[in-house]
Design a protein around this ligand. Structure first.
Ligand SMILES: [Zn+2]
Length: 126
């Protein structure tokens, strides 16, 4: 399960970061997950709950925000969302086309392929 290793990295990064502060408790952690990462939010929440046991993060809520895919075209300068392959309306799944929707040129992915911590609600000791 891909989610487990991602969440495990995330949790240890957060715990390391929290060591810099005098944290009493953590209420919530908000992360952004790019749509290209193919990470399932349910699996991530589940992994998070297990991996934060007996840590400062135990009992904190994991908020997951999806980040849309954003492309930038080398050729025409297009910057914006990717076009998806059309499967009709029978599926929730989507496959983004990683080419420029305008000119079909080569694109760089500038958003949507990473998973990172956006913010944390922490309570610090005085
Ligand atoms: Zn283009």
């Amino acid at each position: 399960m891909h989610e487990v290793s991602v969440v495990s990295d995330l949790v240890s990064a957060i715990i390391n970061e929290l060591k810099k502060y005098n944290v009493v408790s953590v209420e919530a952690v908000t992360i952004t997950v790019g749509k290209l990462t193919n990470l399932g939010s349910e699996q991530m929440e589940f992994a998070y709950e297990i991996m934060t046991r007996d840590t400062i993060l135990e009992g904190s809520k994991l908020n997951i925000e999806e980040e849309d895919i954003k492309l930038k075209c080398d050729a025409c300068g297009y910057e914006g969302p990717a076009k998806n392959l059309d499967f009709g309306d029978s599926t929730e799944h989507f496959i983004p086309v990683l080419a420029c929707p305008k000119c079909g040129g080569h694109v760089k992915i500038i958003a949507g392929q990473t998973c990172c911590v956006k913010n944390m609600n922490i309570e610090e000791a005085n």
